[in-house]
Design a protein. Structure first.
Length: 470
């Protein structure tokens, strides 16, 4: 398979889409019932016909790369393919109900919410689940607020949350945003939690320990039961960062390991759209003791159907209405289609694919045995190796994190890739490794956008054609 990304340049001699020529579009405002200060006489819009517009967006898509172009093996991000049948389900005429409709007229939507709460609770080994948080980080924040409300209800003043150094950056941020002091826990030599260091870190100030298992190196925390005991004995709670459940699905449950509260990223584990700012969803599951503090409303089953209710000591709302509702419809469709056996099969293949890919590449992988992802060391600038991989027609892995591996390439192929696709990915890894420093420094050469100035792109993003025009 060869790769050359399309490079369209709009607005030059041969093709003139008049993007820069704005037309002042007269708007009929005479009969407007709106007050004058809320209306305007013209709109600053490009003057384009429908075919021009369709072609513009098609060209943009050809200059881009998505999971429908090839694999995106971003470790931790779990960029699995989103099956299109879930879009069909979310597009059913009955799916998009108005959130203010009376409950008696939306029993189907309520049933779906109820069943999804139950599915996720069963998958995580939790008692109750809220579907409201709109992203993983929002789920973490919600989960920590629930934990905080629990401690406050028991008249406990606890000021610290312990987070291992290998944790996702959002864990530190969520704990801090909820008003806690963050205590960073160093890892042991083998990349796992150092249980002795944990013993030394816990105290009557410990509100919770936030943990990912398998951790960001793909390693399973074998001592999880002992870890849970240490935290619980100190009166703290165990938070599970379940953004990426791909190694556990249908096989092991955070609730059974001793976790009290967790979030799920449906846009990582349950094949709903991902990236570009969402929308995603980050449901939160809790143990029985924490259930009264969940956001409101929750859905329950009654003898005559389904209804919403307010948990007894709710922390309130973290999103309007039911959260990102149509994303949740897709989540439900995906889980229902796969079923228990399908979910367990997905995790088996995710782990097999990561291990197969690792066995095919010529890179040092310092930590093992890993599960759904592995972290290879690039041996030189990981970002340059990643840019070179773009030239070989694949999306590169996550770079330079976690820091326990020098010049990290954190790689997660997901269960969706075939053996051919994994072999292609492996060739891209190895060809980039064999290329000269000069090749790497010139990369990428075959993409629509060449080497970009990342700092300016982040600081001065031009996200609209007006901004580009200026
Ligand atoms: C992606 C991720 C998050 C955050 O999820 P968002 O939906 O991006 O907010 C948290 N923890 C881990 C381990 C993740 O991979």
């Amino acid at each position: 398979m060869n790769y050359d990304q399309a490079r369209w340049t709009e607005g030059e001699e041969v093709y003139e889409p008049h993007l820069a020529e704005k037309r002042s579009t007269e708007v009929a405002v005479a009969d407007s019932p709106l007050p004058d200060d809320l209306t305007r006489d013209e709109l600053d819009l490009p003057d384009l016909s429908e075919p021009e517009l369709a072609r513009h967006y098609t060209r943009l898509s050809q200059m881009s790369y998505g999971v429908e172009s090839g694999p995106i093996p971003l470790g931790s991000c779990t960029m699995k393919y989103n099956p299109t049948f879930t879009e069909d389900v979310a597009a059913l005429p009955g799916a998009g109900t108005h959130p203010d409709r009376s409950e008696g007229t939306v029993q189907g939507s309520l049933e779906l919410r109820y069943r999804l709460q139950e599915y996720l609770a069963a998958i995580g080994g939790m008692e109750s689940v809220t579907l409201q948080p709109p992203a993983g980080a929002a789920g973490e924040f919600t989960g920590i607020l629930v934990a905080k409300a629990y401690h406050e209800h028991h008249d406990e003043e606890r000021s610290e949350i312990i987070v291992p150094e290998s944790a996702h950056g959002t864990n530190f941020a969520s704990a801090a945003l909820a008003g806690y002091d963050v205590v960073e826990l160093p890892s042991a030599e083998d990349g796992r939690v150092d249980v002795e260091a944990l013993r030394a870190a816990v105290s009557e100030d410990t509100a919770a320990l936030m943990l990912t298992n398998p951790n960001t190196l793909g390693l399973f925390e074998r001592d999880i039961e002992e870890i849970a005991e240490v935290v619980h004995e100190a009166g703290g709670l165990l938070y599970y960062d379940g953004a990426n459940l791909n190694a556990l699905l249908g096989r092991a449950r955070p609730g059974d390991m001793g976790f009290d509260v967790m979030h799920y990223n449906v846009h990582k584990t349950f094949a709903t759209p991902h990236g570009g700012g969402g929308p995603g969803a980050g449901p939160v599951g809790v143990s029985e003791a924490l259930a009264p503090f969940l956001p409101t409303p929750q859905v329950r089953a009654t003898d005559s159907g389904y209804e919403t209710f307010e948990p007894e000591r709710t922390i309130g709302k973290v999103h309007g209405f039911a959260g990102n509702w149509l994303v949740l419809v897709k989540t439900y469709a995906y889980i229902a289609r796969l079923g228990d056996a399908g979910l367990a099969d997905a995790s088996a293949k995710a782990v097999l694919n990561a291990n197969y890919l690792a066995s095919r590449i010529d890179y040092e992988i310092p930590f093992s045995p890993f599960h759904h992802e592995f972290v290879a060391s690039a041996g030189r600038d990981a970002a340059d190796v990643a840019r070179r991989m773009l030239d070989y027609g694949v999306h590169p892995p996550t770079t330079k994190w976690p820091e326990a591996v020098d010049e990290a390439l954190m790689t997660e192929p997901t269960e969706a890739e075939t053996r051919d696709s994994l072999d292609h990915l492996a060739r891209a890894f190895d060809r980039a490794a064999a290329d000269s420093d000069a090749d790497l420094e010139a990369a990428p050469e075959r993409t629509a956008a060449r080497r970009i100035d990342q700092a300016s792109a982040a600081r001065n993003p031009r996200l609209s054609w007006q901004a580009l025009d200026e």
